[in-house]
Ligand binder design. Structure first.
Ligand SMILES: NC(=O)c1ccc[n+]([C@@H]2O[C@H](COP(=O)([O-])OP(=O)(O)OC[C@H]3O[C@@H](n4cnc5c(N)ncnc54)[C@H](O)[C@@H]3O)[C@@H](O)[C@H]2O)c1
Length: 257
């Protein structure tokens, strides 16, 4: 595919390598920073010469950019985070089906991290009903990370709550009391250069079952975004990365049957 990259920072550059590795072509690298990219802003002409877009930029431009992708009728993968306030407005744009116009968004495009979420949820379904096992989470990130817990930890914790029969609430703060049986503790550790480690632990008096995802580089996010664009091509509408992964898992199950 001929793909336009919007936002040519750390992730945009990773996206370029992942696109080239999978045999795609890059039409333009849009970035307002003149030291990066080769076009300062999006235009109808640039989009016309592209068959898809991958955007990892900053949240301020998401709504305007999404409207341009829709108007161009090309699939767009949006990895930018922090635009929750505009989510409904972007969804609204894609409400009217238009040939070729499709948007796939997510705060974590790593295939591994998404499979970790699916596995953790499945584990909670089968281990949760066994009274002996409690569940808790730990996430570790580098010293530069500005928020805690990570968005991924919250997403996984919310998936666990949906299926766990005894957990109803997430607690993320330091506890100066015993944890309540219906609380799921999500603890964060910050330091060093850790790109991101998430663990879910099911603990009983006799043993511990741990599921851990350890990110090694940003390459995993970039590959997931490129695979997401390939999946999106030919569809119309507004999709989350969870929709994409569910489809991948369902396909793997069908292939096994
Ligand atoms: N979804 C995921 O899997 C995932 C993974 C990593 C990072 N992210 C998110 O991706 C985004 C980018 O991360 P990064 O590490 O590459 O940041 P970065 O700061 O290295 O790069 C962002 C780039 O976007 C450019 N930019 C700003 N406004 C723009 C606009 N309107 N149009 C085009 N480009 C614009 C900036 O000049 C900069 O070069 C962040 O929101 C980050 O949280 C998402």
């Amino acid at each position: 595919m001929k793909v336009l990259i919007c936002g040519y920072g750390r992730m945009g550059q990773e996206i370029e390598s992942a696109l080239l590795k999978r045999g795609h072509e890059v039409t333009a690298r849009v970035d307002p920073d003149p030291s990066r990219g080769d076009a300062p802003s999006l235009s109808a002409e640039l989009l016309e010469s592209s068959e898809g877009v991958i955007e990892f930029s900053l949240p301020g431009g998401v709504l305007t950019n999404a409207a341009l992708y829709y108007a161009a009728g090309i699939p767009a993968v949006l990895g930018t985070t922090g635009w929750e306030a505009d989510r409904d407005a972007v969804r609204q744009i894609y409400q009217d089906e238009k040939a070729g116009a499709a948007l796939l968004y997510g705060s974590n495009f790593s295939i591994g991290a998404n499979l970790f979420r699916v596995l953790s949820e499945f584990a909670a379904q089968i281990i949760g009903p066994i009274q002996d096992y409690d569940v808790m989470m730990l996430e570790k990130h580098h010293s530069g990370k500005q928020d805690s817990p990570s968005g991924t930890a919250i997403t996984v914790a919310e998936s666990l709550l949906k299926v766990h029969p005894r957990k109803n609430r997430i607690v993320t703060n330091r506890l100066d009391r015993r944890i309540e049986p219906d609380e799921l503790h999500v603890a964060s550790l910050r330091g060093g250069s850790v790109p991101g480690t998430h663990s879910v632990e099911f603990d009983s008096p006799a043993d511990t079952i741990s599921i851990t995802h350890t990110a090694r580089s940003r390459g995993g996010f970039a590959l997931g975004a490129v695979l997401g664009l390939e999946w999106l091509s030919g569809r119309t509408g507004f999709f989350s990365v969870e929709n994409f992964i569910e489809d991948v898992v369902a396909q793997a199950r069908r292939n096994q049957a």
